[in-house]
Design a protein around this ligand. Structure first.
Ligand code: PEP
Length: 253
């Protein structure tokens, strides 16, 4: 099955509103003709609405980096799926390793957040992946199995097909160490096999799997040419127009 590549920039805790608008304005100009790659940017909460005005009606989608599962109420400091929709989002990154590491995100909270996102028609970009100790301890497949099966527990086949999964080996995030295309492909194929076991082939074959971890214009081609890699979740290289656009162009055949 041909899956459309999806390149998403996770801007993390970076960029004022002005800087965010400059970045997305530059990207927008350079990718205006791109039809064969889904392009997504993920600014901080405070810039979402302004960036959303600029991306509205364009070929660039808007993503938040997190959400809370409750709709409204006494949850100081939190932002719900409805409010993300209101700000113009179509996507939301859920379960990023930095949230698992610093903010106590667990498979259970990831699961609740995915449910809340889907209920509002947001596309969840669900992050999974092992850290260095787990990789060196040969636990990669156990950790990825745990993240995939427990974070994605209880969803129907139709709901599954609305998600994107990002495999991000934590040891490759922001370190300049990319997993080799073979290492990444091996885990992507494993995730697709798990999805087949959890559901069926139509789910496994239709879900797009992104790779994340030091993706740059000069390594994207080798990654995207792998059978089970359908795009990238990009951190550092997503903060500059030329490197982000270079990654998108690297996905065009
Ligand atoms: C990320 O934070 O999701 C990421 C992949 O970061 P980087 O591209 O900088 O490694």
């Amino acid at each position: 099955m041909a899956r459309k590549p999806i390149i998403a920039g996770n801007w993390k805790l970076n960029k004022t509103i002005k800087e965010a608008l400059e970045l997305v304005g530059g990207i927008k100009e350079k990718v205006a003709d791109v039809k064969d790659v889904d392009i997504v940017v993920g600014p901080v909460f405070t810039a979402l609405s302004e960036v959303g005005k600029l991306t509205s009606g364009s070929n660039i989608g808007l993503s938040a980096q997190n959400l809370y599962w409750e709709e409204a109420g006494a949850f100081t400091g939190e932002v719900s799926a409805t409010l993300l929709k209101d700000a113009g989002c179509q996507y939301v990154i859920i379960g990023h390793s930095e949230r698992r590491q610093y903010f106590n995100e667990t498979n259970e909270t990831v699961n609740k957040k995915i449910k809340a996102a889907l209920a509002q028609g947001l596309t969840p970009i669900v992050c999974v992946g092992e850290n260095l100790e787990e990789r060196e301890g040969e636990k990669t497949f156990d950790v990825v199995r745990d993240h995939v099966t427990n974070s994605l527990k209880g969803f129907s086949a139709d709901e599954m097909k609305k998600m994107v999964i990002a495999y991000e080996p934590v040891w490759a995030i922001g370190t300049g160490k990319t997993a080799t295309p073979d290492q990444a492909q091996e885990v992507h194929a494993f995730i697709r096999k798990l999805l087949n076991e959890m559901h069926d082939e139509s789910v496994a074959e239709s879900i797009r799997l992104q790779y994340g971890g030091s993706v740059k214009p000069d390594n994207i081609k080798d990654l995207i040419s792998q059978k089970d890699i359908d795009g990238a979740l990009v951190g550092g290289a997503g903060l500059k127009v030329d490197s982000f656009v270079g990654i998108i162009q690297g996905c065009l055949s």
